[in-house]
Design a protein around this ligand. Structure first.
Ligand SMILES: Cc1cc2nc3c(=O)[nH]c(=O)nc-3n(C[C@H](O)[C@H](O)[C@H](O)COP(=O)(O)OP(=O)(O)OC[C@H]3O[C@@H](n4cnc5c(N)ncnc54)[C@H](O)[C@@H]3O)c2cc1C
Length: 437
């Protein structure tokens, strides 16, 4: 029996493809024990813990549309998303432009911070106007673009770069500028909502609809051409398919597509990923917390880069007991720290949380570590040149299609879902054409 399409990988890219092809004979194979990939959460009474993706895109986007089709609800993030904490100073309100004057910095550091900020702001305008984002400022690093910075200012910009899981000298200048374009868009940005009940609700609901057409514990080991079809090896079985949508992360996808599309395999192997390490913290306070009105604070110089208040969406009406935080760090610091035991990681994260907010002492119910070795994909210098090898239908019979967040300069759920949709539409029209011939 030959399937219409086999999809490899059950993150939002693969799920989005399966969702749009569910009227076909589709089979999705996911290596892990759950669907969702980097979308993972657990419910905790009225609250939820998020371990990975947390900010959902705006109404009108693809992810928002699928969320509505699954009868799930996103709620807007109304609290501050651009807080910055340096030393004992926590700035969680006011204009970003005022930060250089409100932080505990020397005159020299203030000038360097303001100067670099203006430079990035001007570049963000060019970024928005750029016709091709892959090639925009892609020939030098973000560190080269910024020029030399005093250590404290370097730490602030590094902390922002860690959202892309790269260091300043690893990110392409364009990717660093694009990151600030996204962050500065703030609440007007494409990503400023939370999924009620936790991010993992979405892949779980999509999985329920797909039923036995989505299998977990199914790690694909090989893909080979067999006549004008493809044969997919999984758990000692070979599944034949007219089309394969490869939606595994690039480093896993590369050897799998090698025999069918060597140039794409080569480009996939060159894409750069960095690590994320997150700690989801359940709290049991009975009184208001100073961060109740805040969503996210960047925390340079701490063991985590970002403090986020995942209970924020529920802080309307009377203050109910309890709360949910997600603290995370990215790039080289995350990669180094994830080698430690869970106990050591939790101890270090909580020590910094208590230093930042002493009110959190004695109210920690539990803290769970999540290691994301492939936390996010980021564009490094030269990334633009890889793009042509990844696009369109691949293989001699043009029946292999790639999907995944690595098509974007910075991985997001929306970017990943869009690539799944594009692959699905291509496959669907090819199947229709074949039937009509
Ligand atoms: C801490 C963190 C915070 C984030 N915050 C946000 C945010 O706020 N907003 C946002 O939009 N995005 C955010 N992201 C990014 C977002 O999660 C990703 O861009 C998106 O979910 C990627 O989807 P994907 O399907 O491309 O990849 P993945 O979700 O990684 O899915 C790939 C899947 O392929 C599977 N796979 C790999 N190899 C095989 C194989 N051989 N056989 C079968 N299956 C295989 C993997 O197990 C995995 O499930 C965040 C990510 C992290 C880690």
């Amino acid at each position: 029996m030959t399937r219409d399409v086999v999809i490899v990988g059950g993150g939002i890219a693969g799920l989005s493809a399966a969702w749009h092809l569910r009227h076909r004979d589709v089979l999705l194979l996911e290596a892990g024990d759950r669907l969702g990939g980097r979308m993972r959460s657990d419910e905790r009474g009225d609250y939820w813990l998020n371990y990975g993706a947390h900010l959902f895109p705006a109404p009108g986007t693809l992810v928002d549309r699928i969320t509505a089709e699954c009868e799930l609800e996103t709620v807007p993030v109304t609290g501050g998303m651009m807080g910055l904490a340096v030393g004992d100073a926590i700035l969680d309100g006011g204009r970003v432009e005022s930060y250089p004057f409100r932080l505990p910095l020397s005159v020299r550091e203030r000038i360097a911070f303001a100067r670099a900020g203006v430079k990035v702001q001007l570049a963000v305008r060019r970024y928005h106007a750029a016709a091709n984002r892959y090639d925009f400022e892609n020939d030098r690093s973000f560190a080269d673009f910024l020029g030399p910075l005093p250590p404290k200012v370097h730490a602030i910009f590094s902390c922002a770069a860690h959202r892309a899981t790269g260091e300043l000298d690893e990110l392409a200048a364009g990717a660093g500028i694009g990151l600030f374009a996204l962050v500065w868009a703030g609440k007007g940005s494409l990503i400023a909502r939370n999924l009620r009940g936790g991010t993992g609700q979405l892949p779980a609901a999509m999985g329920r609809e797909l039923g036995d057409r989505a299998r977990t514990h199914a790690r694909v080991e090989a893909v080979r051409a067999d006549g004008d079809e493809l044969a997919v090896s999984v758990n000692g079985e070979e599944v034949r398919a007219r089309h394969v949508i490869m939606a595994a992360n690039a480093p896993y996808a590369s050897p799998l597509v090698g025999p069918v599309a060597p140039q794409a395999a080569d480009a996939l192997a060159k894409l750069t990923y960095g690590a994320f390490l997150s700690v989801a913290v359940e709290t049991r306070e009975t009184t208001a917390m100073p961060y109740d009105g805040v969503y996210a604070i960047a925390t340079p110089g701490r063991v985590f880069d970002m403090f986020t208040n995942q209970a924020h969406a529920l802080r309307v009406g009377p203050r109910t007991p309890g709360g949910s935080l997600m603290l995370f760090t990215g790039a080289q610091q995350a990669a180094a720290l994830m080698r430690e035991s869970d106990e050591v990681i939790v101890e270090r994260f909580l020590a910094d949380l208590h230093a930042m907010y002493p009110q959190t002492r004695g109210v920690i119910a539990n803290a769970t570590v999540q290691r994301w070795e492939l936390g996010n994909v980021y564009a490094s210098p030269g990334r633009g040149a890889l793009q042509p090898a990844l696009e369109g239908a691949l293989g001699t019979h043009e029946n292999l299609h790639l999907a995944g967040d690595y098509f974007a300069e910075l991985g997001t759920m929306e970017a990943a879902a869009q690539t799944g949709l594009a692959a699905a539409e291509r496959v669907d029209s090819r199947i229709r054409e074949a039937v009509n011939v």
